[in-house]
Design a protein around this ligand. Sequence first.
Ligand code: DX5
Ligand code: ZN
Length: 221
Amino acid sequence: KPDFKIAPSILSANFACLGQEVDDVLAAGADIVHFDVMDNHYVPNLTIGPMVCGALRKHGVTAPIDAHLMVKPVDRLIGDFIDAGASYITFHPEASEHIDRSLQLIRDGGAKAGLVFNPATPLSYLDYVMDKLDMILLMSVNPGFGGQSFIPGTLDKLRDARSRIEASGRPIRLEIDGGVKVDNIAEIARAGADTFVAGSAIFGARRDDDAHRYDSVIGAL
Ligand code: DX5
Ligand code: ZN
């Protein structure tokens, strides 16, 4: 049985009380904090940087933080996120001049390394780096925004990525990101994903007034 993990994307969280939001989703059973970094250069949006990752660690978050770097260039931010306590650091291959070196930088810093594939980005970027990967992240929406719809063609791409991981014999996590909901997550899992990012599905859920407002949606996922 695959080791499934739920990774709420904080992009859709209430940033006025981000620490509490992260505490609440973790208390409700989430496994990994998906930390969306956008630089208004690689994607047309601007979010948060290493300082906020460090603030979550200082707040007492011990769960893995999965830093999804939608930035260009990549390398300078890798060190900053390692210093800020990121557990996984993933980047888009199109955003690095030297993919192998960027992956090595992440691992040399003691974090886990991953590549992120936009919907139209071919998996051939995997051909020569499987031995340097701890995670493969497939985007099922075009990066830059939460609340978009799942791109159905991603299911075949998941199957392809899953067979590449099996063939490699390596313990590489397969993460899916974008438009994941209660009503499509089972099909996505069957296609081979084991780590599920969900932003609006979780943080957009109806908010009860008690602290356990995320239990039902995370339980459903
Ligand atoms: C989009 C981000 C995703 C996004 C997912 O560029 O990388 O992580 O926040 O949000 P939902 O689950 O709402 O599609
Ligand atoms: Zn993301």
